[in-house]
Design a protein around this ligand. Structure first.
Ligand code: PHE
Length: 415
């Protein structure tokens, strides 16, 4: 019975209207992989209302049409076996059903015609099933071939290729600028000892600046299970420890920049993140002056933001530089005027005309003592720039979190 009661089974399309009316009570929906027939072979001819040999012709035609429709959907071994059993199975196969229910109880007038129809159907089924088996076994089944055929006229599959993260791109930009004036790029570990992160940078244990750099101490475990002492390892709070590591390994002249990740116990907001990026710079030689220092910074800032920007420095304090300064650039949004488009106060520099960029200074002679440089012979400068901030300023990004959320809509804007 069809689901909607209309009697229009899918396979019913092949039926003649005459037999339709005979068989409609058994009409069913056919789905591929569901070898079945209309079940007419389970009724006797009398129950089907067949009394004349001519009626048998149509009946066998129906069965044959079903057989042909079903076998056309058989493309693999599993489906083949199911199909073969459904039709040729000794117990409940369709052909056995016809033998048992139509042929055996047939009236003498019908018996001959049923026998002839059955023989014809069996011959057809045997040859078709054998041909299908051979096709599936040889892999020559046209369906399988069609499935594997490559249509060369179709457009290719576009593989989306990612791009470098904006932070990486800005690292590269800044590295290129410094490399072009003789700096080389070095890196250092993100897990540091307090000695490199603090002490060797002239920040002794109870120095108040450590409060600002309160950070994540970590515990490491060796393969043997031994744990490091509490407080003996930390996630570096700045890239400055690599100043020390570099000077331990190299003699002046030293000119390096150090890109990398740093960590602080900051709560995330639009300008803070517990992990961010810095580029450290260090230049030490026998005759480096404050002029070399400001000239280098000015060159960098103009290369990075454009020739129109101005720089200024203000006194500041870091234990490992003396004198220490804070570098500012003229506001790149209002051109340093302090006022926005319609005369309103510039929201970015809050009317100051200047934007604070990074800390720097001449290397404090005390630091040379930690690396066995002769403080009487050498001098140098160092700086530490917040990469994320530099990227935000140049590319107009107002939330540092955007860098770390991996939202493709954001990342795609910087191909
Ligand atoms: N390390 C300092 C900081 O993270 C920046 C700095 C680096 C200052 C080098 C001076 C010299 O705040």
């Amino acid at each position: 019975m069809s689901i909607d009661g209309s009697g229009s089974g899918l396979a019913g399309a092949a039926f003649s209207s005459k037999t339709r009316s005979t068989l409609c009570a058994f009409d069913v929906f056919y789905f591929s992989n569901m070898p079945t027939t209309d079940g007419s072979q389970e009724k006797t001819l009398a129950a089907l209302g067949v009394t004349q040999p001519e009626q048998l012709t149509a009946l066998f035609q129906e069965i044959r049409a079903r057989f042909d429709a079903e076998i056309a959907a058989v493309h693999d071994e599993a489906a083949f076996k199911k199909f073969r059993d459904a039709w040729l199975g000794r117990k409940s196969g369709v052909l056995s059903g016809i033998t048992d229910n139509w042929l055996k109880p047939a009236t003498p007038e019908l018996k001959r015609a049923v026998g002839a129809g059955l023989n014809e159907l069996r011959a057809h089924a045997d040859s078709q099933i054998e041909a299908r088996r051979a096709a599936i076994e040889s892999g020559a089944d046209e369906f399988a071939v069609a499935k594997e055929r490559v249509d060369l006229s179709l457009p290719g599959v576009v593989r989306a290729i990612g791009s470098r993260h904006l932070i990486r791109q800005v690292f590269q930009e800044i590295e290129d600028i410094f490399v072009s004036i003789g700096f080389s790029v070095v890196e250092g570990p993100e897990i540091e000892t307090p000695y490199y992160n603090f002490e060797a940078l002239n920040i002794p244990e109870f120095h108040p600046v450590r409060d600002d750099m309160d950070t994540f101490y970590v515990e490491a475990q060796s393969a043997g299970g031994a744990k490091t002492a509490p407080g003996s390892l930390l996630l570096r709070t700045h890239t400055s420890p690599v100043q020390i590591r570099t000077m331990e390994k190299r003699q002046p002249p030293v000119r390096v920049i150090v890109p990398g990740k740093v960590y602080r116990r900051d709560n995330p907001d639009a300008t803070h993140s517990f992990m961010f990026h810095q580029i450290e710079g260090l230049a030490v030689d026998t005759d480096i002056t404050f002029c070399d220092f400001t000239g280098t910074i000015e060159y960098f800032v103009k290369q990075y933001f454009g020739p129109g920007v101005k720089t200024r420095f203000r006194p500041s304090y870091f234990p490992f530089t003396e004198p220490s300064v804070e570098f500012d650039v003229s506001c790149i949004f209002c051109g340093g005027s302090g006022s926005g488009a319609n005369g309103a106060t510039c929201g970015k520099c809050k009317g100051a005309g200047w934007i604070e960029l990074f800390g720097a200074g001449m290397v404090d002679p005390a630091v040379y003592g930690f690396v066995s440089y002769d403080a009487k012979k050498v001098s140098g400068f160092a700086f530490g720039m917040g990469m994320d901030r530099l990227a935000m300023l140049k590319y107009g990004i107002d939330d540092i979190q955007a860098f770390f959320q991996n939202d493709v809509r954001f990342l795609k804007q910087f191909p």
